[in-house]
Ligand binder design. Sequence first.
Ligand code: OGA
Ligand code: NI
Length: 357
Amino acid sequence: MDGRTPVSAVRRVQELAVNGFDPPAAYIVKDGGTGPVADTLLSVPVIDLSILTSSSTCSKEKKEEVEKLRSALVSWGLFQVVGHGIPTKLLDDVREVGKEFFDLSMEEKKRVSGVSEDGTVDDLEGYGADNIFTIDHVLDWADRLYLLVKPQDQRKLKYWPQKPNNFRELLHEYSTKSSMVAEIIVKKIAELLGLEENHFISLYGDQAIEYARFNYYPPCSQPDLVYGIKAHTDGGGITMLLQDKEVEGLQVLKDGQWIKVPILPHALVVNIADQMEIMSNGIFKSPMHRAVTNSEKERMSLVIFYSLHYNDEIEPAAALINETTPRLFRKVTVRDYLSVFYPNYLKGERAIGWAKV
Ligand code: OGA
Ligand code: NI
């Protein structure tokens, strides 16, 4: 391994977990354990999108919801969204079809793998696990299915499972609906920053790229020694996550404490990601979050990363920069940012310092 060509753990975590063996050393966290979760009454904000979008909602109620969103964005960078309009059946079905995929035989799953038998990563898309760029990072206790969903004509269908047979159709439908939710949220974020509603949308245009990632976390015999996904921020604009319907695991760092994100079965967990932190000149921050595993139950989440295009340049909106709030970030291309982001992400470190002025 030369430190640049990524390789992937050859065994999938699911195979390691089958017999309840203890996790191999490469997965064991270095700081002694996954650490405490805050015992707090603070709870992750829940935003009702239908109040924000309805034309008939009385303005007082709407104002209150807008203020709730502002406070969620400023003090958490993460919130749950209900009233988003995506049918609950679609949410259940796409979750189910994801689980069914991970239940298929290894041979069947490897048909859509971007990783060769020797572990060389040919493509980050497809079925795989944590990729290894350097030997000094701890691996996540998770397998993944990572697929570009937008722009539609850039989909690599060879990585889209044909089994279960309604997988493609359901992911297509879910990604179409979740894009609409992302657009509404990105518009609200612009308004809350005092920018024109379409400020970010016009940057995204029809160039928005969206990846879907199904994260599959097998049970682990020693859950306090591994992370399902280690602490990180996301590298896109915003992220929308559909949690497992029954099994908790996601935590967010707020004021130095890890706080559980409880399950609301048909809510989407939305968080600010690094590109939006840059474009908002740091007003809305991309929160650290992580997922833990447990010894009994598998867990699956479906994440949509909503990002600008690789060739796009990002920088703080000009209207947000003045004498009292100076520019915090340079102009960078999404491509350069992500190339710095990814190795840092694997090491559990933030990349955003690289974009600071
Ligand atoms: C992610 C992520 C958390 C989860 O995929 O970026 O933060 O609960 N996942 O799966
Ligand atoms: Ni994340």
